[in-house]
Design a protein around this ligand. Structure first.
Ligand code: HEC
Length: 101
């Protein structure tokens, strides 16, 4: 337990701008990505849609991260999560992949 707290404190110190512990994938998804990815708005691959996510998952996380960062079509850079760290952005992607198999 103590170790966890120390690790969390260290992480917070390394990212002074965020000043908070990093958000997990579910939080990032629910507060940011879900706006489009829950409903499939603007043709976003819908969470839970294995047919939409399967070929994307096959590209690998590195490729998905590269696309998510710079945006693609109606997908805005960083999925509009401008204050997301790379770790948080990746957690959001992983959360959608995990729930779309
Ligand atoms: C404004 C709507 C919108 C928001 C908000 C949004 N997305 Fe998207 N996203 C899209 C659309 C539309 C596509 C499909 C792009 C295409 O294939 O042309 C997409 C595609 C993607 C893809 C697949 C990229 C690829 O290579 O095919 C990933 C990964 C992704 N979004 C992650 C995220 C994450 C993570 C968030 C939240 C941080 C997010 N998106 C928020 C609209 C959105």
């Amino acid at each position: 337990m103590k170790k966890v707290l120390i690790a969390a404190a260290a992480a917070a110190l390394m990212v002074p701008a965020a000043a908070m512990a990093e958000r997990d994938g579910a939080t990032v998804y629910n507060t940011k990505c879900g706006v489009c990815h829950a409903s499939g708005a603007a043709n976003a691959p819908k969470m839970g849609d294995a047919a939409a996510w399967g070929p994307r998952a096959a590209q690998g996380m590195e490729a998905l991260m590269a696309t998510a960062k710079k945006g693609k079509g109606a997908m805005p850079p960083y999925g509009l999560c401008m204050d997301c760290t790379d770790t948080e952005l990746q957690a959001g992607i992983q959360y959608m992949l995990d729930n779309s198999k």
